[in-house]
Design a protein around this ligand. Structure first.
Ligand SMILES: [Zn+2]
Length: 252
C-alpha cells in the first residue's frame, strides 16, 4: 500500500505532464494535417494548369520520333527538303586556308530553311547522306553545293536534275525556277558547261521517292565567287528560296 500510494502521488504530476505533452503533440499533428491539406489542395489546383503544358509536350515527342520517317503535316502545308551539301559526311571542296564547301552549304541551307518556314512551308534540313532521304516524299528537294576552290578565273552557278527523270516536266520547272531566281538575286552568270555526271546522277536523286521533284544547285566557285559566297550568304539563300517558291507557285 505504502509503495502504491507513493506511486500514485508520484504518477499524478507525471500524468498531468503527459497530458500537456499529448495536447501539444495533437496541436502539432493538427498543424501538420492543416499544412498537408493546404499543400494537397494547392497541388490539385495547379494540376489543372499543368495539364496543357503536358499536352503541348506530347506532340513534340511525337515529332522527334516521326522525323525519322515523316512528320505528319496539316493539310495544305508543303514539305520541302533542303540538303546541306556534304554535311555530316565530308568537307567537299576545300580552299588552301581551310574554308570548305561544307562550311558554306551549312550556313546557306539553314538560311534557306528559315526563309521558307517564314513563307509557311515545312522544311526538312537534311545531311548529305541523311537516312530520311530514302523514299523521301516532298513537294521539292534541293541539294546545295558549291564548286572547286582550284579553278582560277571560273565564276558562276548551275542547276541540274537527274537525267532519267520520272517527272521531267516538274523537275525542269524546278531547275528553271532556280536558274531564274538565283540569277536575279545574285547576278552571278550561269556556268552550265561545268555540269558533271556527279550532278545529273547525284546519289540523293536515286534515294528519294520518284515522285519528289529534285534539283541540285552549285551556288558558285569557292575561289572565283568567294566575295559573294562569304560576305552575302543571305542573298545566296534568298535566291534559292525564291526559286523554290517560284516552283511551288507555278506547279500549283
Ligand atoms: Zn559538293
Amino acid at each position: 500500500m505504502q509503495t502504491r500510494r507513493s506511486d500514485e502521488e508520484v504518477s499524478l504530476p507525471i500524468r498531468r505532464d503527459a497530458l500537456a505533452v499529448w495536447g501539444r503533440m495533437m496541436l502539432v499533428v493538427a498543424g501538420i494535417s492543416l499544412l498537408a491539406a493546404v499543400l494537397i489542395s494547392a497541388r490539385l489546383l495547379t494540376a489543372g494548369e499543368e495539364q496543357p503544358v503536358a499536352g503541348t509536350e506530347q506532340p513534340a515527342v511525337e515529332e522527334d520520333t516521326a522525323t525519322a520517317t515523316a512528320t505528319v503535316l496539316p493539310p495544305g502545308v508543303a514539305r520541302i527538303g533542303i540538303v546541306a551539301g556534304h554535311a555530316g559526311y565530308d568537307p567537299g571542296a576545300v580552299c588552301p586556308d581551310g574554308w570548305s564547301e561544307a562550311d558554306l552549304t551549312k550556313v546557306i541551307a539553314q538560311e534557306v530553311q528559315e526563309l521558307l518556314i517564314r513563307k509557311g512551308y515545312h522544311v526538312d534540313l537534311l545531311e548529305e547522306f541523311d537516312t530520311q532521304l530514302t523514299d523521301y516524299r516532298a513537294q521539292a528537294l534541293v541539294s546545295i553545293h558549291a564548286d572547286s576552290c582550284e579553278v582560277p578565273g571560273a565564276s558562276g552557278f548551275k542547276v541540274a536534275r537527274v537525267t532519267d527523270s520520272a517527272i521531267p516536266e516538274a523537275e525542269d520547272l524546278l531547275v528553271a525556277c532556280l536558274y531564274q531566281e538565283y540569277q536575279a538575286a545574285t547576278e552571278l552568270p550561269r556556268h552550265p558547261s561545268s555540269i558533271t555526271d556527279n550532278m545529273t546522277s547525284y546519289h540523293a536523286f536515286r534515294e528519294i521517292d520518284r515522285s519528289t521533284p529534285g534539283a541540285i544547285i552549285e551556288v558558285g566557285f569557292l575561289l572565283g565567287d568567294r566575295d559573294l559566297l562569304v560576305s552575302r550568304p543571305k542573298l545566296v539563300a534568298r535566291g534559292i528560296a525564291a526559286g523554290v517558291v517560284c516552283f511551288l507557285e507555278e506547279a500549283e
